[in-house]
Structure formats: C-alpha cells, structure tokens
Design a protein around this ligand. Structure first.
Ligand code: IPE
Ligand code: IPE
Ligand code: MG
Length: 239
C-alpha cells in the first residue's frame, strides 16, 4: 500500500505502537534477545519517517513498561544503555526533521541518571518542533499513570464534585496528548499490556503478526488503511 491508496483527509492524528516481538525475532535467527532490541531501532526510525510522510501528528511508542523490570537484570541493563545511546545517536536527525521528542512514564530511581539526563536534553532540544510529536513511553504503565494522576488530584484539594474526565486527562503525564486514534501492536500478541488505557478508550485496535524489528513504514500505511476501513461511532450511530 502506498500513501496514494489512503484518504489524506482521514489520517489518524495520534498513532500508538506497542513495539513487541524483538526477543522472538532474535530467537528465530539464533541471536540474543538483546540483538532484537538493537534491530528495533531501524524499525522505529522508518516508522517515524512513515508517520512524517503521512502527516500523522502524534506517534507514541512503548519502549519499556513498568512491568518490564521483571526481566533478567542483564536485559534490563541493556535496555537502559541502549535507549540512552539511541537518543544520543538519533536525536539530531529527529530534530532536523522537526520532530518533538517527549517521554511519558515514571522517572523513578530505577532509571539511570544518565538516561534521565538524555531524556531531558532531548525534550529540551526539540521542544519547539511542530511537525510530529514522538512520545516514548518509558517506565510507563497506564495504571501507574492513573494512580499518579489521582494522587495529584487529591493533593490539590479539589472538590470531588469537580472531578470529571477532562480533569483526570489534565493530570496524565502529558496533558496535551490527544486521544489515540489508531493503536497498533506487533508480534501477534492480542493484549493491551497496560498501554495508554485511558487515552485509547475509543482507539481503533490493529494487531499485526510482524515482529517489531521487521515493521516498516509500509506496515504503518497498511494499519492506517485498516483504520480507514473502520466506522468509528463513539457510542453513537453512524449516519
Ligand atoms: C518488545 O519486545 C520490547 C520490550 C518489551 C522492551 P520483547 O522483548 O517483548 O520481545 P518478545 O515479546 O519477547 O518477543
Ligand atoms: C509490552 O510488551 C511492553 C513493550 C513493548 C515495551 P511486553 O512484551 O512487555 O508485554 P507482555 O509481557 O507480552 O504482555
Ligand atoms: Mg513482548
């Protein structure tokens, strides 16, 4: 599928990807699981370019979940270093493409200080970019995000009768993030895995069998094609 097969007036504003299947991709090739994470970098950059070509304004990718700390220490350590080095190597290129980099997730003591610093610097460098917001969900879990929002709301002393959906949304990690239109998971798993649950209340879900390291802009275009074939009703009736 090429961009010409898609309706330019129905491009999803916000696409969210669960970049899953790195370990299985590597295992199928007799490689280490961590080689699969490394191979995912090319997929990510290609998908960013694909999103830019399509005119997607928000792309959010799941890089490390609040549950991923359960993995072997070596793999966790690799992922921390890898994400730091990816930022150092790729942020200028993303900046030149007018991509604004943001992070959502808990910035707790388990995330290395050096990585936190690179996250801050990448956000600062790209803060005025406008074409695409690339949000990296790192040490992210939707349940933790909602817990953190509820804590802030309680601390603010708000009257319970003033709590509504908009107030909760304003206390999520990125209050500016729009609701997810298209939610994509690679690798054949049919699970949400604690990803953008609030923001995806009315997202169209697309599950693809491709492992993340093989996912490219053309797969993103197919997912957008699938999105365009759906009728979104938001609880109402289609005309
Ligand atoms: C996704 O790939 C990347 C992270 C969770 C960090 P996986 O590492 O989950 O790969 P599989 O699912 O084991 O194949
Ligand atoms: C979700 O994938 C997290 C990321 C892709 C970063 P997982 O591989 O961790 O999810 P489960 O464990 O299969 O649900
Ligand atoms: Mg997985």
């Amino acid at each position: 599928m090429t961009s010409a097969d898609l309706d330019p007036n129905q491009i999803p504003t916000h696409v969210a990807c669960v970049m899953d299947g790195n370990g299985r991709w590597a295992q199928a090739r007799g490689l280490k699981r961590t080689d699969g994470h490394a191979a995912g970098e090319e997929a990510l950059l290609d998908v960013v370019n694909g999103a830019l070509d399509l005119g997607v304004e928000w792309l959010t990718v799941y890089a490390f979940s609040t549950e991923n700390w359960r993995r072997p220490t070596d793999e966790v350590r690799f992922l921390m270093h890898f994400n730091e080095s990816l930022l150092l190597r790729r942020r200028d290129e993303l900046h030149e493409k007018d991509v604004r980099i943001r992070f959502i997730g808990r910035r707790d003591w388990r995330v290395p200080k050096r990585l936190l610093r690179q996250m801050d610097e990448s956000e600062k460098l790209t803060t005025n970019n406008k074409t695409l917001t690339l949000t990296v969900a790192f040490n992210y879990g939707s349940q933790a995000e909602i817990v953190d929002a509820v804590k802030q709301i309680c601390e603010s002393g708000v009257d319970p009768s003033d709590i509504d959906e908009a107030l909760i949304a304003r206390h999520l990690y990125d209050p500016e993030m729009p609701e997810v239109d298209l939610w994509v998971r690679t690798s054949g798993e049919h699970r949400i895995s604690n990803y953008l649950i609030w923001q995806s209340a009315y997202a169209e879900l697309v599950f693809v069998d491709t492992f993340w390291p093989d996912f490219r802009a053309e797969h993103l275009r197919s997912a957008v094609g699938e999105f365009q074939s759906r009728t979104r009703r938001f609880g109402g009736l289609s005309d």
